[in-house]
Design a protein around this ligand. Structure first.
Ligand SMILES: Nc1ncnc2c1ncn2[C@@H]1O[C@H](COP(=O)(O)OP(=O)(O)OP(=O)(O)O)[C@@H](O)[C@H]1O
Ligand SMILES: [Mg+2]
Length: 324
């Protein structure tokens, strides 16, 4: 049955040609967070459903090593075919793409039968990234586990769009900043000599031990250093991290994203984008219990509208401007 579905799916797609008729390059969207349980899987599946409803072909890849649950979020039973088969060299990534009952939406099942502790090696991630970009889809969305692990940062860096999910809880906000710091430093490391990078980290630690009040100006520090590519640091702001505040319940929660953006500017000299806030809605977890995604069971709600606006802002900002 699974094989038949997969065959039908492959036959229905011309290589890299979506139902929109465009022969576009596959775009890689990666969804990460500092803290666990903040809604990465919900956001990944919702972005996928929304893009597919807009006529784009989408593959969601579950790379949460701590336990796969994209299938649960989509209301599907786990597939025996899963990403473990790619890492073990048994299957190509395209062969692992499983269609869902929803048009243009498919997914790659995450680890759920490895039994042993699993971690990604550097070479596994470097092999995976080009394969993801070769998939027959307009958009590939990666749902990660929580935290700034090396592999997560590598995937985040390779993404065409980088989504960082926070809730309005102080614990989540704090871990979001730690994720951003790790992402900046990880990116700078590749563009620095080991000495210059080591000096920068000890300067940052000294600065933080002395004061939390005074911002550290990366701009002036890096401009004075040799061994670290300053232009590269500036470039980080032009492919910005897209912050999403999930489970918002009040005006102050909606405003949080603006404050976090200002903090990144002030404390790191880093431009980030506050992409959107998503309402807290009991229907989200209730729909998971009955195995039907809320955007499919209730497609005309404010929540569905928030995901539509979020996607359009990225894929069709002109059209959105015309409506507003
Ligand atoms: N906007 C929301 N409103 C209400 N409940 C939500 C919302 N977003 C997520 N949830 C619920 O919060 C819980 C955690 O969501 P989810 O599994 O998507 O988080 P996660 O970041 O992927 O977690 P993990 O780090 O374990 O992978 C789930 O029960 C989900 O249904
Ligand atoms: Mg998750």
């Amino acid at each position: 049955m699974e094989k038949d579905l997969q065959k039908a799916y492959l036959e229905s797609l011309d290589f890299k040609t979506s139902s929109t008729g465009k022969n576009a390059d596959t775009k890689l969207w990666v969804v990460a967070s500092g803290k666990g349980g903040v809604g990465k899987t919900f956001v990944s599946s919702s972005l996928g459903i929304t893009l597919s409803k807009l006529g784009h072909s989408v593959v969601i890849i579950d790379l949460d090593l701590s336990g796969a649950n994209i299938h649960t979020s989509l209301g599907l039973a786990p597939s025996h075919l899963n990403v473990r088969h790619f890492f073990e060299g048994v299957k190509g990534l395209q062969e692992l793409v499983i269609p869902t009952p929803h048009p243009r939406l498919s997914y790659v099942q995450g680890f759920w039968d490895s039994w042993t502790p699993t971690d990604f090696s550097y070479s596994q991630i470097q092999n995976l990234i080009p394969e993801m970009k070769k998939l027959r889809a307009d958009y590939v969305i990666v749902d990660l586990g929580a935290g700034a692990l090396e592999a997560h940062l590598d995937l985040f860096k390779a993404a065409d769009e980088k989504f960082l999910i926070t809730t309005p809880e102080p614990t989540s906000i704090e871990k979001t900043y730690r994720f951003i710091e790790a992402y900046m430093c990880h990116s700078l490391r590749e563009n620095s000599t080991p000495d210059a990078y080591g000096n920068m980290i000890s300067t940052l630690r000294n600065h933080r031990q002395r004061t939390l009040e005074k911002p550290f100006s990366f701009r002036s520090y890096l401009k004075e250093q040799t061994g670290i590519n300053y232009d590269f640091f500036e470039a980080l702001s032009s492919a910005p991290v897209r912050l999403i505040v999930n489970s918002a319940r009040s005006q102050s929660n909606y405003d949080l994203g603006h404050s976090m953006k200002s903090v990144c500017n002030k404390y790191y000299d880093l431009g980030i984008d506050y992409l959107s806030s998503i309402d807290f809605d009991n229907a989200v977890w209730q729909s998971v219990r009955v195995r039907e995604h809320v955007l499919l069971s209730q497609p005309f709600t404010p929540l569905a509208g928030q995901f539509l606006t979020t996607c359009k802002q990225l894929i069709d900002p002109e059209e959105l401007r015309a409506v507003v």
